[in-house]
Design a protein. Structure first.
Length: 267
């Protein structure tokens, strides 16, 4: 088993400053990120000292977490909450062929995990200090949660979509981070991964897959195209009258909305 390589997250950002109804999101209060399990001591120091982080919400499933553990996060005195939005976001779905397929996955994520989403919103509303929520890449589960939170706070859809699109610009950093932490696949004497193809038509393992990516033409399941989130919000609005309706049915009431706005919105 290779030693863990600790690096800074590649898709970490403060939601502070995003315009919402009545003002903007308060800075150093709620953050979104990719996986924090390999974060460096220096980065975790920053979370505590400069941002006052008291809570981390991990949106990944138990199997995902078991593969990486919590790294140095577990010894930092930060309250850790695991509220799984399913397993890996693609579990149970066919590989998306286009933006419409990917948007449908987002719609089903909201429909099937509305109770969990409301649970995370409650953690955000009542956290004592700053809170970070994250999944693996900070793109899909994290992206949907951020979008719905911003909707609740009264952000315009273009602001929500703009925030989602920031992830697309961070993908190169994340791929480099994943490469640093991913060992090459073991090979047999003829250079082929055990059980793998010998013709070179397909990558032999996770590292080879990452190295094969064309970062200017990523498949829908790996990209963060603003058009996907725009379409997902449109589908939810058309189906329910409001993308937030599944959350309201799962417990998002005016008390929670008011608390979120009171905690997160500054004029």
């Amino acid at each position: 088993m290779p030693s863990t390589i600790f690096t800074e997250p590649g898709n970490f950002r403060d939601l502070g400053g995003i315009p919402v109804s009545g003002g903007e999101v308060r800075s150093s209060r709620v953050f979104r990120s990719d996986d924090l399990s390999t974060a460096t001591d220096e980065f975790l120091d920053l979370l505590l000292a400069e941002h006052g982080i008291t809570d981390v919400v991990d949106l990944r499933g138990a199997e995902e977490i078991a593969k990486v553990n919590l790294g140095r996060l577990g010894s930092r005195g930060i309250d850790y909450h695991n509220v799984a939005l399913g397993g890996q976001v693609m579990d149970g779905y066919a590989t998306p062929a286009d933006d419409d397929d990917m948007a449908e996955i987002y719609v089903r994520l909201v429909e099937q995990h509305s109770r969990q989403l409301v649970s995370v919103l409650s953690l955000i509303a009542w956290s004592a200090g700053g809170l970070v929520f994250h999944c693996a890449a900070g793109k899909d589960r994290t992206g949907i949660l951020a979008a719905l939170l911003l909707r609740i706070l009264g952000a315009e859809d273009e602001e929500i979509i703009r925030d989602y699109g920031v992830t697309a610009g961070n993908l190169r950093t994340m791929v480099a981070r994943w490469l640093a932490a991913t060992p090459a696949a073991p090979t047999t004497g003829n250079g082929v991964e055990p059980g793998g193809a010998a013709d070179g038509d397909s990558p032999a393992g996770p590292r080879e897959f990452l190295e094969s990516l064309d970062l200017d033409n990523l498949p829908p399941m790996l990209d963060a195209r603003p058009s996907v989130l725009r379409l997902a919000l449109l589908k939810l609005d058309e189906k329910y009258g409001d993308a937030l309706e599944p959350l309201r049915a799962a417990g998002l009431d005016e008390t929670l909305v008011s608390r979120l706005r009171g905690q997160l919105v500054v004029s």
